[in-house]
Ligand binder design. Structure first.
Ligand code: FE2
Ligand code: FE2
Length: 255
C-alpha cells in the first residue's frame, strides 16, 4: 500500500510559505510516497516559475494547475520546459504545457491527469468526460490520479462516477472549500469533491475579506489581494494498492 498526499490550491505567498513550512512534516505523518500539490493561486491569480520551483523544493512530486494556469504569462515557457507541472488536459492541444505526466518511482509508475470543468467556469475547454476517456484509452499506468479543477459539485461527482474503477484517486480542486464526502467508490476509486486550500484562514477562499465583500456589494474592483494572517493546509491522503491500483481508504486533513 502506498499513501498519496493531495494538497489543495496554494493561495498567495502566505500560503506558499505555509506549504514550505509544513509539507515535509505532513508527508512524514502520513508516510506519503507521492505528493501532488495544486499551485494555481500562488500569486493569487496564477503563479510564477519561482513559485513552482518553491513548491517542488517543498516536496511536491507533481504540480497541478487550473483556470489560472496562464494568468501570469511568464509561466508559459516554464510549462513547456519543465516536467511534472501540468495544466488542464482538456485545454487546446496548442496551449502551453501538457495535461498529464507519468512519474516513475520505486513502487511503480504514477500517472497524473489534470482536467478542468465547464459548468460555471468562463472558459470553453473540451468536454472533460470525453478527454478523460480518450486519455485513459491511450495508455495505462497501475496508479492513475486525477485532479478535476471545477466549480460545480455535480460535475465533479459525475466525472468521478464515470471514471470509477478506471483511476486510483480522483479529487476536486478550485472551490478552496474542503468537503467531507471522502470515500472509496465501488470500483475502487478514492474520491473527494474538493481538497480545500493552502492559504489564509480568515479569508474568502483565500482572498482578502474586505475586498471580497466589496466585490459582492458591487463596489469598484481593485487588483486581487490574498488575505494576510494564519494559514491552513488542507487536502486528502489516498491509500492505494500499488499492485492493483485500487484505493483502499481516503482521509481528509486540515492543519
Ligand atoms: Fe484555485
Ligand atoms: Fe481555480
Amino acid at each position: 500500500m502506498v499513501n498519496i498526499l493531495a494538497v489543495g490550491d496554494v493561495v498567495g505567498q502566505n500560503g506558499l510559505e505555509y506549504l514550505t513550512r509544513n509539507l515535509y512534516s505532513l508527508q512524514r505523518e502520513y508516510d506519503a510516497a507521492f505528493t501532488v500539490v495544486n499551485a494555481e493561486n500562488a500569486q493569487g491569480r496564477g503563479l510564477f516559475s519561482t513559485d513552482a520551483d518553491a513548491v517542488f523544493d517543498a516536496g511536491a512530486d507533481v504540480i497541478t494547475l487550473g483556470n489560472h494556469a496562464y494568468s501570469k504569462r511568464e509561466i508559459c515557457d516554464y510549462l513547456d520546459e519543465t516536467a511534472n507541472i501540468i495544466r488542464p488536459a482538456n485545454y487546446a492541444a496548442a496551449a502551453p504545457g501538457v495535461g498529464e505526466c507519468t512519474v516513475e518511482r520505486a513502487f511503480g509508475s504514477v500517472r497524473v491527469i489534470c482536467l478542468i470543468g465547464r459548468k460555471d467556469l468562463d472558459y470553453s475547454p473540451d468536454n472533460p468526460f470525453v478527454t478523460a476517456s480518450r486519455l485513459l484509452a491511450d495508455g495505462t499506468s497501475t496508479i492513475t490520479l486525477v485532479d478535476f479543477h471545477a466549480e460545480a459539485t455535480s460535475e465533479k461527482k459525475a466525472l468521478a462516477w464515470y471514471l470509477d474503477g478506471k483511476v486510483s484517486a480522483f479529487w476536486g480542486t478550485h472551490t478552496h472549500v474542503q468537503t467531507s464526502d471522502a470515500r472509496v467508490l465501488p470500483g475502487g476509486t478514492g474520491y473527494v469533491t474538493d481538497l480545500g486550500m493552502t492559504g489564509p484562514a480568515d479569508s474568502v477562499i483565500g482572498m482578502d475579506v474586505r475586498q471580497s465583500v466589496n466585490m459582492f456589494l458591487g463596489l469598484p474592483k481593485d487588483s486581487y489581494r490574498a488575505a494576510a494572517g494564519i494559514c491552513v493546509i488542507e487536502g486528502a491522503v489516498f491509500s492505494v494498492d500499488e499492485l492493483s491500483g485500487k484505493c483502499a481508504s481516503v482521509r481528509i486533513f486540515r492543519r
